[in-house]
Write a protein that binds this ligand. Structure first.
Ligand code: SF4
Ligand code: F3S
Length: 106
């Protein structure tokens, strides 16, 4: 499966959802997740993310392993998103900032 990692938090550009052939992205207040049982590993979303927040499970950095569980858990409760929308107005300011997990809203 592919996994949305920490760099998406407070950036949420949503370019990724447009290309997913199986519509397996789910949306929270300031982060998106991929449903691990629905993702078909096509890899189309990975290059679409302007902040490089998406990884294949195999390439997820060691310090982001918690996002495997977060994608699985939150994709069961958040609503599906299939169309791109405007990201947060301050998305640029948060691009690449470390330690954003503390800001994740559920
Ligand atoms: Fe969707 Fe493909 Fe990305 Fe999986 S890898 S979330 S199927 S676009
Ligand atoms: Fe997040 Fe990147 Fe998609 S910022 S919403 S993973 S395009």
């Amino acid at each position: 499966t592919f996994v949305v990692g920490e760099d998406c938090i407070k950036c949420k550009h949503t370019d990724c959802v447009e290309v997913c052939p199986v519509d397996c992205f789910y949306e929270g207040p300031n982060f998106l997740v991929i449903h691990p049982d629905e993702c078909i590993d096509c890899a189309l979303c990975e290059p679409e993310c302007p902040v490089n927040a998406i990884f294949s499970e195999d390439e997820l950095p060691d310090d982001q392993q918690v996002f495997l569980e977060l994608n699985a858990e939150l994709s069961e409760v958040w609503p599906n998103i299939t169309e791109m929308k405007d990201g947060p107005a301050d998305a640029e300011e948060w691009a690449g900032k470390p330690n954003k997990l503390q800001y994740l809203e559920r």
